[in-house]
Design a protein around this ligand. Structure first.
Ligand code: TRP
Length: 344
């Protein structure tokens, strides 16, 4: 069997303000992949509305994610940046996948269980179907590589299961249509190195999250230099000095988090950071981290603010990206319609 043309796809939900976790866990990883693969980076607005989004906020957040992609260094001319809802084929393939995926598979999704919590009877049907839409995002472009944080690994496994079941269920029809037997590829996750899990600056047991009420828990991608430095200075820590080896961070989640952030921003391992700062207290480490964070993040924030000042450039990028994405998506969908047996 010939291998698939390699292609990268990933997406970020426009729901709330982008923070350091989105940058370190996703966006920063998107940039180097452009050198080796054709890349499609999507603003997944249809995923965002699985929980309530104020319409004006959704538009603003969609522009913000697109601005972050561009400001961080994604090239929208060589690669593709677009918002999901402009390419309606996502919804169409998601429906077909709703009919391929099994209830039991979906019920095992830990992210759904976490998000639904005790409220499972009152969340949207879309939230339950969310991973089937994600599989559609990826397989519409027959993407072979998907860079995501480790919280998304289970969704990628589901994507493989859906691809495999589709290929099996429709094997005869795929063959009759003269298409390759492994019609959908079995997508690989792109495994990231350290610090893909960025924790709250106020509580080392919680994820840094967009929905955290106190603005001090997260560094936002639009924060200016002062805000970045202030939040790092005020971050919760313990009174000990830093250990010189990683093992010494166990049971010290706040310390481990700040070391992880430093390592990710500096492109170093935690071990290397501790070799440099071991034995020093936070009085020395925090200013070094603040300086590094400002150096890496403030220029991106400045560029984002410039792009968001007048959204006409972003709108043109999204429209052009959607047109190019649709060209690929339409090829897949016309094959899928035939394979499924829809009369054309
Ligand atoms: N579910 C992903 C997240 O919450 C976002 C997403 C939607 C995505 N569709 C995708 C990521 C396709 C990668 C590929 O982070």
């Amino acid at each position: 069997m010939t291998s698939f043309e390699q292609r990268v796809f990933s997406g970020i939900k426009p729901s709330g303000d982008l923070h350091l976790g989105n940058y370190l866990g996703a966006i920063r990883r998107f940039v180097p992949l452009q050198k080796t693969h054709p890349c499609i980076y999507c603003v997944v607005d249809m995923h965002a509305i699985t929980v309530w989004q104020d319409p004006a906020d959704l538009k603003r957040a969609t522009f913000e994610v697109a601005a972050a992609y561009i400001a961080a260094g994604v090239d929208p001319e060589k690669h593709i940046i677009f918002n999901q809802s402009q390419v309606i084929e996502h919804a169409e393939l998601a429906w077909i996948f709703n009919c391929v995926a099994r209830m039991g598979w979906m019920q095992r999704m830990t992210q759904f269980k976490d998000k639904a919590g005790k409220n499972a009877q009152n969340v949207s049907l879309g939230l339950f179907a969310y991973p089937a839409l994600m599989a559609a995002d990826i397989l519409l472009y027959k993407a072979t590589h998907v860079p995501v944080g480790d919280d998304q690994k289970q969704h990628l496994e589901l994507t493989r299961d859906i691809a495999q079941k589709f290929n099996n269920d429709f094997a005869a029809s795929i063959a009759a249509n003269g298409l390759r037997a492994d019609f959908f590829p079995l997508t690989e996750p792109v495994i990231f190195g350290p610090a893909t899990r960025v924790l709250s600056l106020r509580d080392g047991t919680k994820k840094m999250s967009k929905s955290d009420a106190s603005g001090m828990a997260a560094i936002y991608m639009l924060d200016d230099a002062d805000a970045i430095a202030r939040k790092i200075r005020k971050a919760k820590t313990d009174p000990e000095s830093l250990p010189s080896e990683e093992a010494g961070l166990s049971g010290r989640p706040e310390a481990a988090n700040l070391v992880g952030i430093y390592a990710a921003l500096a492109d170093m391992s935690a071990e290397q950071v501790l070799a440099e700062f071991g034995g020093q207290g936070f009085g020395a480490f925090k200013p070094a981290l603040a300086e590094l964070a400002v150096e890496k993040l403030a220029p991106i924030a400045t560029e984002m603010r410039k792009l968001l000042d007048d959204t006409s450039h972003i709108e043109a990028v999204l429209k052009d990206g959607a047109n190019r994405a649709r060209t690929i998506a339409q090829v897949t969908m016309s094959e899928v319609r035939d394979v499924v047996g829809f009369v054309l």
